[in-house]
Design a protein around this ligand. Structure first.
Ligand SMILES: NC(=O)c1ccc[n+]([C@@H]2O[C@H](COP(=O)([O-])OP(=O)(O)OC[C@H]3O[C@@H](n4cnc5c(N)ncnc54)[C@H](OP(=O)(O)O)[C@@H]3O)[C@@H](O)[C@H]2O)c1
Length: 251
């Protein structure tokens, strides 16, 4: 029985945590789960204690700090020679430092744009920069960065949400660009963006009242959908963005 080595970035809560729970149910998985402070997540620590260090390793990683990625890469490289799946789950829509989805041009603040870009766009491409060499082994491997439908320029009919929309559009462009370079190193390395749907997490919580109940998914359900989409990906899909139902989102 061959092991599957998996890296889940942003695993302390929300979708990342739900993905770790689902992936652990498969006996073949060996998971590295990262968060800024993984030991502060009771849920993650409890999973590590239940499944053991050999199945679930917790690794600190701040996606906005490149030295932290370099440390994480070094540690992972000492434990494993390869990765089969990497999922980057970091996302930032609002924070307690004044970042909030902008309704109008007057709401745009350069510092907020910079924070949004650091987490939603720069972070995911830095993950690919530092971990792709563990994934060019020639066998099927997947890099999936969680994106959002609102990052689609052609689908933008409502306006607003400047920072998040633009940062996710930039993330999608990074994914596409990396997929072209990586295809030259391994035809079986597939690099995609995934939109999880509207999911009941901290990120969506302030906006849920406008979402019809049947459209709001639990993190566990959304994680199941995303893993289903990943299972069906082939090399023709690399560089593209798909929603939780497997439908392509146009750039
Ligand atoms: N929920 C939705 O309805 C929805 C819809 C469309 C797209 N998405 C996307 O899905 C992804 C997961 O979001 P979620 O709903 O699970 O949100 P969440 O519960 O708010 O989780 C946000 C995640 O981002 C991580 N993060 C934020 N800043 C970070 C940093 N500097 N370094 C490392 N990690 C950082 C957090 O890690 P820490 O625990 O370390 O803070 C956490 O894992 C995001 O990319 C989001 O844009 C979500």
């Amino acid at each position: 029985m061959s092991q599957k080595h998996i890296l889940i970035q942003g695993a302390a809560r929300g979708l990342g945590l739900a993905l770790v729970k689902r992936l652990l149910a498969d006996q073949q998985t060996v998971i590295t789960a990262t968060a800024r402070e993984p030991q502060a997540s009771q849920a993650l620590v409890a999973l590590r204690d239940d499944y053991g260090e050999s199945r679930l390793h917790l690794q600190p990683l701040d996606i906005t700090d490149e030295d932290s990625l370099i440390d994480a890469r070094r540690t992972l490289g000492q434990r494993h020679e390869r990765l089969d799946l990497m999922m980057t789950c970091a996302g930032l829509l609002h924070d307690d430092r004044g970042l909030w989805p902008e309704k109008r041009l007057a709401d745009i603040e350069p510092a907020n744009l910079a924070r949004s870009f650091a987490v939603n766009a720069t972070g995911p491409i830095l993950m690919i920069k530092h971990f792709h060499d563990l994934m060019t082994h020639g066998e099927r491997a997947i890099i999936a960065s969680l994106s959002a439908r609102v990052g689609s320029i052609s689908d933008n009919g409502y306006g607003g949400w400047y920072a998040y929309r633009a940062a996710k559009a930039a993330q999608n462009q990074f994914t596409r660009t990396a997929s072209i370079e990586l295809a030259r190193r391994s035809k079986n390395l597939i690099c995609v963006g995934l939109h999880p749907g509207t999911v009941d997490t901290n990120l969506s919580e302030p906006f849920q009242k406008n979402v019809p109940e049947r459209q709001l998914q639990s993190a566990d359900r959304a994680a199941g959908h995303l893993l289903g989409v990943i299972a069906k990906l082939n090399r023709e899909h690399s560089g593209r963005v798909f929603d939780w139902a497997g439908k392509e989102i146009t750039p």
